[in-house]
Design a protein around this ligand. Structure first.
Ligand code: BGC
Length: 769
């Protein structure tokens, strides 16, 4: 490799056309080539394992395209519950090594968006409702991946909190909530881990497409958060490329092939400058140069080893929600009745771009057999077809009387949650609920293993003794569940989100996923547990809840500070005979404040291992600046002067102990919430940003939508196709061009015709220019 400065000179001497070409990907999964002897950066999804597309060029953007086999690790919804930065580092490191062996230079993940509502279709890909937890775990994952010289893409910046109309909706949000909740995880992850790229989201924020939002991409991301890497668009997130370039977006993926005349015209009109293009070219060069540095490409992956790691990560993260009369752990000598086909074919991952072609999916039954545990298995219903097998059901009811312990595998069927669309409600399957309740009447020594990407309401919860939440636990989820159920692993996961009692009680209930394009974040900073504690609404299970087979006792709690940090010291004793891990949660509260606030907010956490009866001193530090809030009147972050309670909490609802500390800060200027102004969305004239459903009011729109729906409806009923079917109406016209279905000119011709500029449109259609 030549010296970096030499490449810089080469890039500067490119023609304008060549420079412009570098603004978009060369293929769906690769950057352009910037110099003869520098290999382009090859990328793939994602956060839970590698999704390396192997189909040919034509099908590479097809969601059902073939992908290489890789280990499917647990989803972020589960790994977040580990509250364990070392574990997330290990996960990142392992995926980074798999990437090296597969000649992948950059992984499109992690996803760090805040879970605004449990209905979010993509919540399984995100960590938490809490910004500090999300930011810290993202940073740990990024450090793990990048330790191998492989890049990451922290996504989706920002406010991608719903899937409905994800390409076009506008998150209408005030600055305080934007900064203190939604931007915070990005800020923390950037500061701690320096991700090589950041992926901007599809949506708009306060009316401006994020890919074209200078305030977010330049003023905040680069000037304030000091992000030094490259900003890449989400796949098809760019509307106006010129405006995106001027706003700080470096690389458009997968790359709509706009004609050069488009750029020449926009440059002439002053929509952007050659200087903007050069800045983006420089950042691309830096990414490509770093990626070409010597890497251990000869690494061999050992998928069997990684599969076991996947199980370890799942087991360290699963949450024991309920354990009445200590029904768990079971004894290996117990004869158990296992019910439900999710024991054989678990639900272990979510649908969409993070979907992995798994290496080996464990079956709970095979694992029991391997461990020589006696069991009886019944499959009284098929959870996919909803058909009840009467013979199996009768057998099952009879066995329920004979067997001492019953394990039921229950899951939210995959088609209910996916990238591309949101859930309609929080309901769990009636079929499975009724069945659990029926069995419970005969024998309530039941342990339910629950597989879901996000919270569901659990009408059976009082009728079972044990409830183990595995979320979507990756391909080895059943091995992990077995290790917890039979006591090989002592559960230590804690909920990274609140489980509500009903949908009406959730923070964004009135404004989430409504059909409007302006989505008002009226709940402000009251997201997740911040809402439940402030509104005094009981939850089914609070943020931070999770049981262990051990009991722990805290003592010697002490809070100190130095110039930059708050230091919390305490002693923990494992007062049981079981070895186990314990998560400690530190919250801060300002009960006397001059501005609106939430109650106690998470500021730090850690996890340690204690042998049975062992005692350890623990010290947890966090930066004083974590006490800051954004003051909209002053236009900056401030720390409010006065007393703060620093609390050790069992979960967001239960305090263990606290101590007050005085912090020298400043007076707040903002007293009240800034109310969101209601705005009309202009639908006409149509633009490339108009959706298929928008233009379906016109003749050409009707025809196009009809043809598209016909094609889509003919597709097979797989989970992937379900995603396309459920989101087609919400796709903007431009996305058809981004994903290579039609040319840029044809897409723009459709818009012209919908706007009744028939001649202009037809000319574009016929001559394709
Ligand atoms: C998703 C991204 C993903 C990209 C590439 C998009 O639809 O939103 O998260 O990385 O596709 O697959």
């Amino acid at each position: 490799m030549k010296k970096y400065e030499k490449y810089e000179e080469e890039v500067r001497s490119l023609t304008l056309k060549e420079k412009v070409k570098l603004l978009t990907g060369a293929s769906a999964w690769s950057t352009g080539r910037i110099a003869e002897d520098l290999e382009p950066v090859k990328m793939c999804d994602g956060p839970h394992g590698l999704r390396k597309v192997t189909s040919g060029r034509k099908k590479e953007l097809d969601i059902s395209s073939t992908t290489d086999v890789a280990v499917c690790f647990p989803t972020a919804s589960l790994t977040a519950c580990s509250f364990d930065e070392e574990l997330l580092y290990l996960l990142g490191d392992t995926i980074g090594k798999e990437a090296l062996a597969k000649k992948i230079d950059l992984i499109l993940g992690p996803g760090t968006n805040i879970k605004r509502s449990p209905l979010g279709g993509r919540n399984f890909e995100y960590f938490s409702e809490d910004p500090i937890l999300s930011g810290k775990l993202s940073a740990a994952f990024i450090k793990g991946v990048q330790n191998n010289g492989v890049g990451t893409s922290l996504k989706h910046f920002c406010c991608n909190n719903q899937e409905t109309k994800r390409f076009v909706y506008s998150a209408q949000i005030n600055e305080r909530a934007l900064r203190d909740i939604y931007l915070k995880p990005f800020e923390i992850a950037i500061e701690e881990s320096n991700p090589s790229t950041i992926m901007c989201s599809y949506n708009k924020v306060n009316g401006v497409q994020v890919s074209q939002n200078k305030y977010l991409l330049t003023n905040i991301l680069r000037d304030e958060f000091k992000f030094k890497g490259l900003v890449v668009s989400d796949w098809g997130a760019v509307d106006s490329r010129a405006s995106a370039c001027a706003s700080g977006l470096d690389l458009e993926m997968p790359g709509m092939k706009r004609p050069f005349s488009y750029f020449a015209k926009a440059l002439k009109n002053g929509e952007f400058k050659e200087e903007d293009i050069e800045k983006s070219n420089d950042r691309l060069l830096k990414l490509i140069y770093d990626s070409n540095k010597k890497k251990d490409r000869k690494l061999e992956t050992n998928y069997d080893k990684d599969h076991l790691l996947s199980s370890k990560i799942a087991a360290e993260s699963m949450v024991l929600l309920k354990n009445d009369n200590n029904i768990l752990p079971l004894n290996k000598k117990d004869n158990v009745l296992v019910i439900g086909n999710f024991a054989e074919k678990p639900r272990y991952q979510g649908n969409g771009s993070s979907r992995i072609n798994p290496y080996h999916i464990d079956s709970f039954l095979d694992i029991l057999a391997k461990d020589k545990i006696n069991y009886q298995y019944v499959r009284p219903y098929d959870s996919k077809t909803h058909e009840i097998n009467m013979v199996q059901k009768t057998k099952c009811l009879a066995y329920a009387e004979d067997y001492k312990k019953i394990i039921i595998f229950a899951a939210l069927p995959g088609k209910f949650e996916s990238e591309g669309y949101d859930r309609r409600n929080l309901n769990f399957s009636d079929l499975q609920t009724n069945f659990i309740n029926e069995i419970a009447q005969i024998n309530n020594n039941i342990v339910v293993v629950l597989q879901t990407g996000s919270p569901v309401i659990l009408p059976f919860v009082n009728n079972v003794k044990g409830l183990l939440l595995s979320y979507l636990g990756g391909e080895a989820t059943c091995l992990a569940a077995k290790d917890i159920i039979f006591g090989k692993v002592n559960p230590s996961g804690r909920l990274a989100e609140t489980w509500p009692t009903c949908l009406e009680n959730t923070p964004a209930f009135s404004s989430f996923r409504n059909d409007a394009e302006n989505v008002y974040y009226d709940e402000d900073i009251y997201v997740g547990y911040r809402f439940y504690q402030t509104a005094n609404i009981p939850s089914l299970f609070p943020f931070g809840h999770g049981l262990s087979y051990s009991t722990f006792v805290y003592s010697n709690y002490k809070v100190d500070k130095n110039d930059t940090e708050i230091i919390v010291n305490f002693t923990i004793k494992n007062t049981s005979k079981y070895d186990g891990k314990i998560v400690s949660l530190i919250f801060a509260n300002k009960s006397k404040s001059e501005t609106y606030r939430c109650g106690p907010e998470l500021k730090a956490f850690n996890k340690i291992f204690l042998k049975g009866n062992e005692e350890k001193e623990v010290s947890i530090k966090f930066p004083i600046k974590y006490l800051n809030i954004y003051d909209e009147v002053l236009g900056k972050y401030i720390i409010e002067d006065g007393t703060y309670e620093i609390m050790l909490m069992e979960n967001a609802e239960k305090e263990i102990c606290k101590e007050s500390i005085n912090i020298e800060g400043v007076a707040v200027s903002q007293k009240n919430m800034t109310q969101l102004v209601r705005k009309e969305v202009q639908k006409y004239p149509f633009s490339m940003n108009s959706t298929f459903s928008d233009i379906s009011r016109t003749l050409i729109g009707k025809i196009i939508l009809k043809i598209s729906l016909k094609v889509v409806n003919k597709m097979s009923d797989t989970d992937e196709m379900q995603m396309i079917k459920n989101s087609i109406n919400d796709q903007p016209i431009r996305s058809a061009a981004s994903f290579g279905l039609i040319s840029y000119n044809r897409a723009s011709a459709i818009v012209d015709i919908a706007n009744k500029h028939y001649f202009k449109g037809l000319r574009k259609l016929i001559f394709n220019h």
